[in-house]
Write a protein that binds this ligand. Structure first.
Ligand code: ADP
Ligand code: MG
Length: 207
């Protein structure tokens, strides 16, 4: 893995593409166990990310992550904006000054992102939040010296799908208690798109 500035920009483009395509789907998931704005929030946020990052000439990956973070925090309402914003801000701090990221550094960045998300949202793995995708992904990165990106992608998908079977303990879905069981967590689905996009970018770079 060698994620360059250009790869990082491609990563954001891909995330945005998947989110725009699935905007209605994400919203329908949130209609089932939340307030029905997750697709709208994420679509607005990542469109703003693209608007911002495509007009700046970045010298480091950290500067790019920082702009992503600031944009998501300022443009996205709801819980997900500040949470994803915090994730990218922590990632930016973890890779300060770097022009490309290897697997070790990227893993450190994801670890920091998770600490930021859980501090901000006071959630942990098993609460049926996006951490149920981020935390298993962190373990996958830690446990594999060389990453098979197809496996990485299906691992993220399985983690996302597993949120269906658990009861929400954090976020709006927690108000539904047992009734949240049987529904996917919307934030875990958007996080799956994020990691799926990463796998696509890294695979394309390795071709
Ligand atoms: P809101 O819940 O404010 O309407 P969104 O609908 O955009 O915001 O995002 C909902 C998603 O945010 C949930 O599906 C969940 O993954 C995530 N989420 C909500 N609360 C928390 C929390 N306290 N910690 C971590 N993630 C959370
Ligand atoms: Mg919502």
């Amino acid at each position: 893995m060698n994620l360059t500035i250009n790869d990082t920009l491609k990563w954001m483009e891909k995330i945005n593409g998947k989110i725009q395509t699935n905007k209605k789907y994400l919203t329908s998931l949130d209609q089932a166990i939340g307030d029905g704005d997750h697709g709208i929030n994420m679509a607005r946020g990542f469109q703003e990310v693209i608007n911002k990052t495509t007009i700046v000439n970045y010298e480091t990956v950290s500067d790019c992550f920082k702009d992503v973070a600031m944009t998501l925090m300022s443009k996205v309402g709801g819980a997900s904006g500040p949470l994803y914003g915090t994730a990218f801000l922590k990632m930016s701090m973890a890779v300060r000054g770097k022009t490309s990221l290897n697997k070790e550094l990227f893993t450190t960045a994801i670890n920091e992102a998770i600490m930021g998300i859980s501090q901000r949202g006071r959630a942990k793995e098993g609460d049926k939040t996006l951490l149920d995708v981020w935390q298993p992904i962190l373990r996958f990165l830690q446990e594999h010296d060389s990453i098979n990106w197809d496996d990485f992608e299906s691992f993220a998908k399985n983690a996302m799908e597993a949120t269906k079977d658990i009861m929400a303990l954090k976020g709006r879905a927690a108000y539904l208690k047992e009734r949240s069981i049987g529904h996917l967590d919307p934030g875990s689905v958007s996080s799956y798109y994020l990691f799926q996009s990463l796998a696509e970018v890294v695979r394309e770079g390795e071709e």
